[in-house]
Each structure stands twice: as structure tokens, then as C-alpha cells.
Design a protein around this ligand. Structure first.
Ligand code: CTP
Length: 401
């Protein structure tokens, strides 16, 4: 059930830490690879050696460890994982997670991750019931952190109440459920275009635009996280390759089209690239010189429209074709017209006039225009837009067929 999944198990310091040995076994029985991080407190209750033996992997304990950082930086620890599981999660570690404190390896990994996180709290019942802990938990849940347990029962401190770590079997089952529901696009193929294009003028100059590629890259990452086999065709950007995505790096509009055609067939195509509408008809083979004849006259030619070409009726037309409409006025009207004449299913319209800071910025305000009407989304980060879009795509299973 967990074959191929990599779990980073973070063990913080509570008496329940002894159950994490059992948890490693349960997760591995289900097919997961488990790598452990133990806090100083955790290591008071359980030895890294026994964890290393059961996980058959190195156990990580120190933030400032020269060998660990050389072999496996704390960023890499989370990059290599599909899920971060904190079990047991103490009240202290939950508080650190809530407030973004990063003063040891476990809390630093948890702050530096963009992966899904699940926590299995374990603590004294009064600590659990304290409004501080409950507030922290609500904040973490609102950020998408999943919570399993705690359970009611006898506690090590001699009291009875809510605060016991969930049973290892139940935690392993929650992890399996998480992967089942979090990969609604598994078996699907997705294609995303992203970034600006560079259209050559001569060997050293080009025409470009201010697109950062953030939105397209975030969409590819969100689709891949939901299990889709994802190809990202990207113009030149400074962004790292999103994890688990097959990235094809290209320069011009014509390159993007060729790379997209090579990626077909796919179930869903999302065109987020800011493709140049025109290119220089005949780019010079040698650098243009200013030799007294005045500025060069650049004759322009129209570029292929990748979105329209993917959306055109054909055997290879993806079930769902989605484009963006970057507008500076009459946003919805223009987006509706764009959807019609490009033949795509959905247009995500956004206002890119300079006052909005959208182009090249961190946030976006989207209006999803489809045959059914217009959905106005609140202003949100480009990552949140990507997640919402990927969730909407996953709802369209019958169209993706
Ligand atoms: N697009 C594309 N290929 C092009 C131009 C645009 O695939 N040659 C896609 C973009 O990725 C986006 C959508 O078409 O999904 C709309 O892009 P936009 O720049 O808003 O529209 P244009 O087609 O360029 O139209 P105009 O500049 O007239 O608004």
C-alpha cells in the first residue's frame, strides 16, 4: 500500500517515543522506506541505533553536523520524502512548528519543507487540553497539517485522559489513507507550460518578457503531488525543477510547441507560459553591429499559439485544456473571448496591470472562466492557486478519461 513512498519520521521527546520503533516496522511492512530524525529529547527515550537497525538507514540527530550536512543537508532530508510524519509530536514541537521556530534539526526540517506533514501528538492530558496547544493545533490544521490521535487512556504520568499516542497500526493506516486520497491524479498524464520565452534577434540579443515562471512551476508541482505523471515545458527561468516533474527546458515559442507535441498524449494540458506573440522573422546569424546605418529594422513574424494548437480538435486533444489570460483591462470579457477563440475548456483570467504586482510577483487573483460561468477566487499565493487548480482538475475525472 505504501510501495515507493518515502516517509521522514520525526521523533520528538516523550515517553511514547518507544512506540516509534513499532511504527517504523508497521510502515515498512506496508512497503514504505522510512528515514528517521530524532530530537535530543527523543534520543533520551530511544536509541538512534535501534532506529537505524529497524529503518535500515542512517538516523539524523544534529542540525550542525559536518558529516550529515556534507552527505545529506537538512533541506535534502525533506526533499527526499513524500511525507513528513511527526510521531510522537510533543506540545513543544507543535508550538515550534506553529511559530516557525527552527533551533534543532527536527524543527528546521519542518520549517524548510514544502511537503505534506502529518503529526501524531502525545502528551499529558492537561498539556493537550491547554488552550495554547489547542490554538497551535488549529493553526497547523488550517495550514494543511494532518493530525492523527491522540487517544484516551492511562498515561505514563499515572493519569487517565486524552493525550496518548495513537497506536502504530492506526498511524500507519492514516499514512496509507493519506496517500490514497492525496493521489487522485495517479495514472493521469499532465502537461504544463511555464515561464517566458526568449525570441532571438541575433546570437546575443533576444526579446523576452517579465514572467517568472512561478505560477506554471507551482502548477506542475501540485499536479505531480497529486500523483499525475507531469511534464513541464519551461522557458528560461531561475527556478529549480519542481520535485517529481519531468522538466524540458526550452527557449522560444516554437521550441515550446515542439516539446509539447512530443509530450502528447496527455489527459490535461495547462498553458501558463507567457509566450511571445511575435518573433523576429529572420534572426541574424551574426551579432548586429551599429555601423552608422541607423537602428535595424526588425521584421516580425507571428508565433504559433501553443494553447490554441493543443485545444484544436484532434485525436491527441487532451480531455481538459486550460489556459491563462493575462489582461490589463476588461479582464472577464477578454477572458471569455479568449476561451472561445482558442477553443480551450477553462481560462484562468488574471489582471496583470502593474498596480497588481501579479506579473513576476508572489500572488495572483484568479477568475476561472468556463462554459458554466465564472468562479472568482480570492487573492492567494501562486502555490495556493496551483493547489486549488490541481484539486479542480482532479474533480474532472470523467472528462479526463
Ligand atoms: N499562449 C500560448 N501561445 C501563444 C500565446 C499565448 O500558448 N503564442 C497561451 C498562454 O500560455 C496563455 C494563453 O495563451 O495560457 C493566453 O495568453 P495571453 O498572453 O493572455 O494571450 P494572447 O494569446 O497573447 O493574446 P493577447 O496578447 O492578444 O491578449
Amino acid at each position: 500500500m505504501l510501495h515507493g513512498k518515502r516517509i521522514l519520521l520525526i521523533i520528538s521527546g516523550g515517553i511514547a517515543a518507544y512506540k516509534s520503533l513499532e511504527l517504523v516496522r508497521r510502515l515498512r511492512e506496508r512497503g514504505a522506506a522510512v528515514r528517521c530524525v530524532v530530537t535530543r529529547g527523543g534520543a533520551q527515550f530511544i536509541t538512534p541505533l535501534s532506529l537505524a537497525a529497524l529503518s535500515e538507514d542512517k538516523v539524523y540527530t544534529e542540525l550542525f553536523s559536518l558529516t550529515d550536512e556534507a552527505e545529506m543537508g537538512h533541506i535534502q532530508l525533506s526533499r527526499d520524502a513524500d511525507l513528513l510524519l511527526v510521531a510522537p509530536a510533543t506540545a513543544d514541537l507543535l508550538a515550534k512548528m506553529t511559530h516557525g521556530q527552527a533551533d534543532d534539526l527536527a524543527s528546521t526540517v519542518l520549517l524548510a519543507t514544502d511537503k505534506d506533514v502529518m503529526v501524531a501528538p502525545a502528551m499529558n492530558m492537561r498539556m493537550w487540553e491547554h488552550p495554547a496547544t489547542q490554538d497551535n493545533l488549529r493553526t497547523l490544521q488550517a495550514r494543511g497539517v494532518r493530525v492523527v490521535g491522540p487517544e484516551e487512556g492511562d498515561m505514563a504520568c499515572g493519569e487517565y485522559g486524552l493525550g496518548r499516542l495513537a497506536e502504530p497500526d492506526d498511524i500507519a493506516a492514516a499514512v496509507s489513507d493519506f496517500f490514497q486520497t492525496s493521489a487522485p491524479l495517479s495514472g493521469r498524464h499532465a502537461l504544463v507550460t511555464s515561464g517566458p520565452t526568449h525570441e532571438p534577434i541575433d546570437p546575443v540579443r533576444y526579446i523576452a518578457n517579465r514572467s517568472s515562471g512561478r505560477q506554471g512551476h507551482a502548477i506542475a508541482a501540485a499536479l505531480a503531488r497529486r500523483g499525475a505523471t507531469t511534464t513541464l515545458v519551461s522557458g528560461p527561468t531561475n527556478l529549480p525543477d519542481p520535485p517529481g516533474v519531468n522538466v524540458v527546458r526550452v527557449e522560444s515559442a516554437r521550441d515550446i510547441l515542439a516539446a509539447c507535441e512530443a509530450a502528447l498524449p496527455v489527459d490535461v494540458a495547462i498553458c501558463a507560459a507567457a509566450v511571445a506573440d511575435w518573433r523576429v522573422a529572420r534572426a541574424a546569424n551574426e551579432k548586429l553591429k551599429k555601423n552608422g546605418g541607423g537602428p535595424p529594422k526588425l521584421e516580425m513574424a507571428e508565433n504559433p499559439d501553443i494553447l490554441a494548437s493543443l485545444a484544436a480538435p484532434a485525436n491527441t486533444r487532451p480531455g481538459l485544456v486550460i489556459g491563462f489570460a493575462a489582461e490589463t483591462e476588461l479582464v472577464i470579457e477578454n477572458a471569455r473571448a479568449k476561451r472561445e477563440h482558442k477553443g480551450c475548456d477553462w481560462i484562468l483570467a488574471n489582471d496583470v496591470s502593474p498596480k497588481t504586482g501579479t506579473f513576476g510577483g508572489e500572488e495572483n487573483t484568479i477568475h476561472l472562466v468556463s462554459a458554466e460561468g465564472v468562479e472568482d477566487w480570492p487573492r492567494m499565493s501562486k502555490t495556493a492557486v496551483a493547489n486549488r487548480l490541481a484539486d479542480r482538475v482532479a474533480e474532472m475525472q470523467e472528462i479526463l478519461e
